[in-house]
Design a protein around this ligand. Structure first.
Ligand code: ZN
Length: 118
């Protein structure tokens, strides 16, 4: 992966990171305003459901943040774009489509076929 590609991936990761962080701070301020009102039962149930959904989303976001941090760390230490199994360079096009991927296509296929046989 060349410098330009790497910079593009880095920008993308930083963008993703800040959009997740912004979204979650909006969510938290929303929760604060909800708790100040005294809702009737139906409204309370609706809020519970949306809170449960938001918490699930937050968990997904937390996982995404972990992946983002991991990828950013790899960019910093120079190991980004290398397969974690065979240490081959991962195709730049593949990384542009799936910036969090840590395996080359060959190893990924290997892993997938092992999953299927289990
Ligand atoms: Zn590999």
């Amino acid at each position: 992966m060349n410098e330009t590609d790497l910079q593009a991936v880095k920008d993308y990761l930083l963008n993703q990171k800040s959009s997740i962080l912004n979204k979650n701070s909006e969510f938290i301020s929303e929760q604060v305003s909800h708790s100040q009102a005294i809702p009737d039962e139906a409204e309370a149930a609706a809020i519970d459901a949306s809170t449960a959904l938001s918490i699930r989303l937050m968990e997904r976001d937390r996982n995404s943040l972990l992946l983002i941090e991991r990828a950013l760390g790899k960019i910093v230490d120079g190991s980004y774009g290398k397969c974690e199994l065979c240490e081959q360079t991962i195709d730049a096009k593949r990384l542009m489509v799936r910036p969090f991927t840590t395996f080359c296509i060959d190893c990924m296929e290997e892993i997938e076929s092992q999953k299927k046989s289990n």
